[in-house]
Design a protein around this ligand. Sequence first.
Ligand code: RTP
Ligand code: MG
Length: 153
Amino acid sequence: MASTKNERTFIMVKPDGVQRGVVGHVIHRFEQRGYKLVALKMLQAPRALLESHYEEHKGKKFYEILLAYIGSGPVVAMVWEGLTAVSVGRKMLGATDPAKSEPGTIRGDFGIVTGRNIVHGSDSEASAKREIALWFKPDEISQWTHTAEQWIY
Ligand code: RTP
Ligand code: MG
């Protein structure tokens, strides 16, 4: 599929990111890059939601630890929109293991270990669609005109 300025990705600040005071940094970085925020909410995710979100990891050694970690406190769930939002978003997050993340990435600037890696980002356009539908109702996503767009593209 051709890239469009309407590409959306699901970004979530995990409970450690909330506790560490990184919510504002994450929002700032995506805004600064030129992406458009179209949905945002804070919630304590119920287990059923986390089971669906992380269904690809069911049965893995770290699965229960992961669900306990993400369910341990409130998260900040967001949808960001713009050209190549999924792949650029993943680059902005850094590697899964923060120790292997480049400085300048969110995990590379704020984390040290995989089990406390601050943020989640969709890994493909298909995952983004699935995750956005899981975390947000259609009427929780705002359609608005990003007036800065002509200076970004
Ligand atoms: P995420 O889904 O959270 O954006 O992270 P990711 O794509 O970079 O990594 P993924 O393989 O999807 O793993 C999901 C999350 O599970 C935790 N994890 N722990 N202890 C371990 O070996 C291990 N491996 C993964 C991390 O919090 C990872 O982000
Ligand atoms: Mg993942």
